[in-house]
Structures are given as structure tokens and as C-alpha cells.
Design a protein around this ligand. Structure first.
Ligand code: SAH
Length: 281
């Protein structure tokens, strides 16, 4: 499908793309080829597509995969797709909000995702005990942060959270002209593999949420030292009266140095979470 095809379908359906839903439709076949190639779809794959739109990727996914679940929030688009793919046995179109539905089991996610909800999508779909492979077109700024694991200055909450569960494999810049309407952010394709093993602490749902809360709580203070960041977090967010001296004591007892937050890695954050889980979890 090129720009003209997409514009025609939208006109026939009487649809004006909604900014709120991040509706930017893929119109460039070369870009589509890059995404599909990167996805390396096999006949055993059970694929989740988030926001199939008019089905640009979907039509390629169903050719090879065992099963494709395509979750689309906009009922006008999901009805269009149900019609378009009425003969397709291995596709299930689900009209719903990816953040609200129970997602069927899958091993791979291939999507040009609604970029406004990238964080919540990553959290729901990938920050799990058994995450899928992810081939995703996302905002370039976020992609850069996911891949900036070795450069402390640019590492952020998303760098740490994604790298806890996923191994960044590949990143490509994608031209925003490949979409209609042209999005007002730069885009990148990322290929993320699940980590071979996920720390035992994160298997438990409550502990995993605690870990993600700690990241959310202290990463905004990534330029402060750990004790300060923990103090600010526990006071402001948890309303706990853990003063800096207590925190420094706990760190010392556990042989954790009090450095700048953005110098710690996933393993350090896990260690910190485990220690503070026993105190404040
Ligand atoms: N993948 C398509 C469309 C990308 S636009 C393509 O590449 O052409 C993003 C799509 O996500 C839109 O179809 C939009 O309606 C859908 N969407 C937005 N928010 C969603 C949500 N919360 N759950 C499911 N789909 C959503």
C-alpha cells in the first residue's frame, strides 16, 4: 500500500487519522521489507501486533506465522480489517485497548506501535517473567535511550527497565516519510530479544512491581547520589520517614557504594531493590 492507496481507503471509510491514537499509517514498501526481514517470521511464530491500523504489516505477518493476534483500539479500523482478512484463518483481530485486554500467549511482537503509549506498552508486554521478542517501530529518542546502556550520561529509567528484561539487538533509523500522516517525531526500528534468564527476584509479580517502582522513583534523580535519590523517593512518594542517615547505614551494611544514580547498572538496581524490599516493600 502506498500513500494514494491509504488516502483512498481512509476517505472511503470516512476516517481522519486520530493524533490521540498515534495513527500514522505505513506507506513505504521498502520500510515494510526492513521490518519484516528483521522479524524473521517462522511458521512456528505466534505473533502479537499492536495497532495494526489498515493492516500494512499484518498482510505480511499472516503469510508465514502460525497465528497472528492483531489488537486495534479503533473499531472502524478493526471492522475494516475483519472484512479485509475475512478469508484468513490464522489471524484474530481483537478490537480493544492493548493496555486493558488480556493478551493471548505469543512469542513475538511485530508492530509499528502507537508511539504515545510506548512506556506503558513496554511495561505491560515486555516487563514480564517470560517476555517475547520485540520488533518495534518506536520514537527514535526512546530507541537511543534503550541502546545507550554503556553510556551512563544518557542512561535513564527506560534504559534500565528495558535492559532488565530485554537484550537490545539492532536499531535502524526509519524515515518519518514512510508514514502518512507524517509523524512529528523521529522514528527508529528496534529489535529486542528476551534475556536468557531473568533474575529470580523479578518472577514474583509483587517484587517485579516493587523493582519497577524503585526505578520510577529514583531515576528522575539520576544526577544525584543514590542515598539522596532514595531519601527523596521514600519521603515524597512513599511518605516514609527514612532519613539519609538510615539509608547510608543500610547501604554501608550491604557494601553498596553511594555513587551517582546514573552510574549503576541493572545488577546494582536489582541488588538495591532486594535490600530495600525487605525494609520498605
Ligand atoms: N501498524 C499500522 C498502524 C500504525 S498507527 C501501520 O504501520 O500502518 C498506530 C495504530 O495503533 C493505529 O491503528 C491506532 O488506532 C492503534 N492504537 C492506538 N492506541 C491503541 C491501543 N491502546 N490499543 C490498541 N491499538 C491502539
Amino acid at each position: 500500500m502506498n500513500r494514494k492507496d491509504i488516502q483512498l481507503i481512509l476517505k472511503e471509510l470516512n476516517i481522519v487519522p486520530k493524533k490521540r491514537f498515534g495513527q500514522n499509517f505505513l506507506i513505504d514498501n521498502a520500510t515494510k521489507d526492513v521490518i519484516i526481514k528483521q522479524a524473521q517470521i517462522s511458521k512456528d511464530d505466534i505473533i502479537l501486533e499492536i495497532g495494526p491500523g489498515l493492516g500494512a504489516l499484518t498482510e505480511n505477518l499472516v503469510k508465514t506465522a502460525k497465528k497472528v493476534y492483531a489488537v486495534e483500539i479503533d473499531s472502524r479500523l478493526s471492522s475494516f480489517l475483519t472484512n479485509k482478512f475475512s478469508d484468513c484463518q490464522n489471524l484474530k483481530i481483537i478490537n480493544g485497548d492493548i493496555l486493558k485486554i488480556n493478551i493471548p500467549d505469543h512469542n513475538k511482537v511485530v508492530s509499528n506501535i502507537p508511539y504515545k503509549i510506548t512506556g506503558p506498552i513496554l511495561e505491560k508486554v515486555f516487563f514480564n517473567k517470560n517476555p517475547p521478542q520485540g520488533i518495534l517501530t518506536i520514537e527514535k529518542a526512546i530507541a537511543d535511550r534503550i541502546f545507550s546502556y554503556e553510556t551512563y550520561k544518557t542512561s535513564s529509567r527506560i534504559t534500565i527497565s528495558v535492559n532488565t528484561f530485554m537484550k537490545p539487538v539492532k536499531k535502524y533509523k526509519i524515515s518519518r516519510n514512510s508514514f502518512y500522516p507524517i509523524p512529528n517525531i523521529a522514528l527508529a526500528l528496534v529489535n529486542l530479544s528476551p534475556r536468557e534468564s531473568i533474575d529470580k527476584f523479578l518472577i514474583n509479580d509483587y517484587q517485579r512491581r516493587f523493582y519497577l517502582k524503585i526505578l520510577e522513583g529514583i531515576m528522575p534523580f539520576k544526577n544525584k547520589n543514590l542515598a539522596n535519590a532514595l531519601e527523596l523517593y521514600t519521603k515524597k512518594k512513599l511518605k516514609l520517614n527514612l532519613n539519609k542517615k538510615d539509608i547510608l547505614n543500610i547501604l554501608e551494611q550491604n557494601n553498596i557504594e553511594n555513587n551517582k544514580v546514573n552510574t549503576y547498572k541493572v545488577s546494582n538496581f536489582l541488588e538495591i531493590s532486594k535490600i530495600f524490599y525487605n525494609k520498605i516493600g
